[in-house]
Design a protein. Structure first.
Length: 214
């Protein structure tokens, strides 16, 4: 099978959902109802397209001696859903650990408004389920931490919507309940698909609470 061609898409932000204090989901309107992607794929966004970041981008490129590369973001949407979506967690600058403050994730998380327009490039990525997964297993275990849940969230929704004969156990690590991305969505999936979806939360800094399911 020939590889799929990576394409550039002009998108408009239809909605912004604040998932956690430092994480937002951007819902895109693409004007295209037949987007060709798989759960687990990602798109990229080039920082050079944003006028508000022009000086900061130029400064970092001068400091680093190279062009700032596009940033990759996993798709939070599933192929059956009407709109495309990504979920972005703010990267943090840690003195003595990271070389430079983050460029693109803070404005995407905190300053993107419905109606904003941008160009994305996609879709690709090796982190996808095999087409014959139902022939290989009847139980998928997802082990995720923080924003690493994004591609698995897409996979979960896709498998359930397609009525695949698979059970799913998600082991999801975070610091506190406040850091759990898609918390309500995960609770809703457990309720809607009893016996097919089990979520086990592992919280490392939640006082007075041990890791638990549900």
């Amino acid at each position: 099978m020939a590889p799929k061609k990576i394409k550039k898409l002009e998108v408009m932000v239809a909605d912004v959902i604040r998932e956690t204090p430092d994480t937002s989901t951007l819902i895109f309107f693409t004007g295209n109802d037949t987007l060709d992607y798989k759960p687990g794929h990602f798109c990229t966004i080039a920082p050079q397209q944003f006028d508000a970041l022009a000086r900061w981008t130029a400064y970092l490129e001068d400091r680093k001696g190279r062009k700032e590369p596009p940033r990759a973001y996993s798709l939070a949407s599933a192929p059956h859903e009407k709109h495309l979506a990504i979920t972005v967690k703010e990267e943090r600058y840690v003195s003595g650990v990271t070389d430079h403050p983050p460029l693109l994730s803070p404005p995407l998380v905190y300053r993107t408004q419905p109606g904003s327009r941008m160009e994305i490039t996609g879709f690709t990525g090796p982190y996808v389920m095999p087409d014959d997964i139902e022939d290989r297993t009847d139980h998928v275990v997802h082990i995720c931490a923080g924003s690493g849940i994004v591609p698995n969230w897409s996979m979960l929704k896709h498998c359930l919507a397609a009525n695949m004969k698979l059970k799913h156990t998600l082991i999801y690590g975070n610091k506190t309940w406040q850091d759990v991305i898609y918390r309500k969505g995960l609770e809703d999936l457990e309720k809607a698909y009893p016996g097919k979806v089990k979520v086990v939360h592992a919280l490392s800094r939640e006082e007075g609470l041990e890791s638990n399911g549900g």
